[in-house]
Ligand binder design. Structure first.
Ligand code: SAM
Length: 228
């Protein structure tokens, strides 16, 4: 059985590549993410009443990785990148149907010259196609007593420090006001692949139009340089 869907909207986010995007929504709330609705869904009627909800479910396509197909077993980063679980016991991007589902805060609904939803805490790549939007209904969907399997709580956080050079560069940039906080929240998540521990290595993460160079030694991430 085959079904075809079309995108109802597209994500505009500071995450310009997969590396560094938080592994789940709500872990990094500094990211300013916008969902732009596409015609014919960009009519105010389609979102009437939505602003009364604080959170929405975003159904989207893992468009950047879908060409790589799927495997029945995956290695979740939370299990250290070695142990395998079934694809349907994971939130992995490589799935039989490349559909993602994120619960995010709805910070605002903007109508006028199209329709835009302002989202906080999204884990979505810039350009992600969105196939559906639904309001989150706490009394039906909140399950505080639910078992979380191998994901039993938020991941440990790294401490983030800035080099003198990076601080000077940050001060000189005409960067979005949330850049510093965004960098700190993204690096605190430890974006490295689960199996990697190379204190001499310099990593780069793309946020907005900036490449943030950083290193990680023990539990401290240091921002080394910001390249425009
Ligand atoms: N919350 C969603 C879910 O559970 O379906 C996504 C979870 S998935 C583990 C989160 C990761 O998806 C992010 O860290 C990022 O690397 C990746 N991602 C986000 N947008 C993507 C896209 N459009 N294409 C491919 N990968 C994407």
């Amino acid at each position: 059985m085959t079904y075809a869907f079309e995108a109802v909207g597209v994500i505009r986010s500071p995450y310009r590549e997969k590396f560094g995007i938080p592994r789940q929504p709500s872990l990094v709330n500094a990211a300013r993410v916008t969902l732009e609705l596409l015609p014919p869904y960009n009519h105010p009627d389609c979102v009437r009443g939505l602003s009364e909800f604080s959170h929405v479910w975003i159904s989207f396509i893992f468009h950047q990785t879908m060409a790589r197909g799927w495997q029945p077993l995956v290695r979740p980063p939370r299990l250290g990148g070695n142990a395998k679980v079934g694809v349907f016991a994971s939130r992995a991007t490589h799935r039989p149907n490349p559909l993602g589902l994120s619960l995010v805060e709805l910070a605002g609904v903007e109508c006028g010259n199209g329709v835009r939803l302002h989202l906080a805490g999204a884990d979505l790549l810039d350009g992600t196609p969105v196939v559906d939007i639904k309001p989150y209904i706490p009394f039906v969907e909140s399950r505080p007593q639910a078992r979380g399997g191998f994901v039993d709580g938020p991941p440990p956080q790294l401490t983030v420090r800035w080099s003198e050079q990076a601080l000077r560069q940050l001060a000189a940039l005409a960067a979005p006001p949330d850049l510093a906080l965004l960098v700190e929240q993204v690096l605190a998540q430890d974006p490295r692949p689960a199996y990697q521990d190379d204190p001499g290595r310099v990593y780069g993460v793309s946020l907005y139009c900036y490449n943030i160079r950083f290193g990680i030694r023990e539990d401290i991430a240091t921002v080394l340089e910001i390249i425009e």
